[in-house]
Design a protein around this ligand. Structure first.
Ligand code: DQA
Length: 141
């Protein structure tokens, strides 16, 4: 099966962006670890990062067209704003896990509101980059 790993705005800056909050690994480092684990699990992965909401919406549509089985998504700031991402995930009915590096419930109050959590399979928040690997393991046979 194929799983899409989707990262939202500013996550291209991981490693240099507020490392005390988000860690020192780059997004490429994290994706490499995921690829390694995916080989072990016998899962294939596709990756996408974008800073643009409409690109993420269109990418989710593409995942549907390509019959992707599941999504691991860190929607970043769009978590707290995007009805469009929520609707794309609902429209395509692709099961997804929401991941955040930081604990969104332990920060500014606006971050504890997510437009995706109640329609996700589950959420992983505050486990740093390990959260992505934990999410991937959900699709282990
Ligand atoms: C984030 C948390 C969001 O509140 C923030 O806007 C991000 C990253 C995280 O991974 O901790 O960009 O999703």
């Amino acid at each position: 099966r194929e799983i899409a790993v989707i990262n939202g705005p500013n996550l291209n800056l991981l490693g240099v962006r507020e490392p005390e909050v988000y860690g020192t690994e780059s997004l490429q480092d994290i994706n490499d670890k995921m690829s390694h684990l995916a080989d072990e699990l016998g899962v294939s992965l596709r990756f996408r990062q974008s800073n643009a909401e409409h690109e993420l919406v269109e990418y989710i549509h593409q995942c549907y067209a390509d019959q992707v089985s599941g999504i691991v998504i860190n929607p970043a700031a769009f978590t707290h704003t995007s009805v469009a991402l929520r609707d794309a995930l609902l429209a395509t009915e692709i099961p997804f896990i929401e991941v955040h590096l930081s604990n969104i419930h332990a920060r500014e109050s606006f971050r504890s509101q997510s437009w995706l959590s109640d329609v996700a399979i589950g959420t992983i928040t505050g486990m740093g980059s390990k959260g992505y690997l934990m999410a991937l393991r959900y699709w282990q046979d």
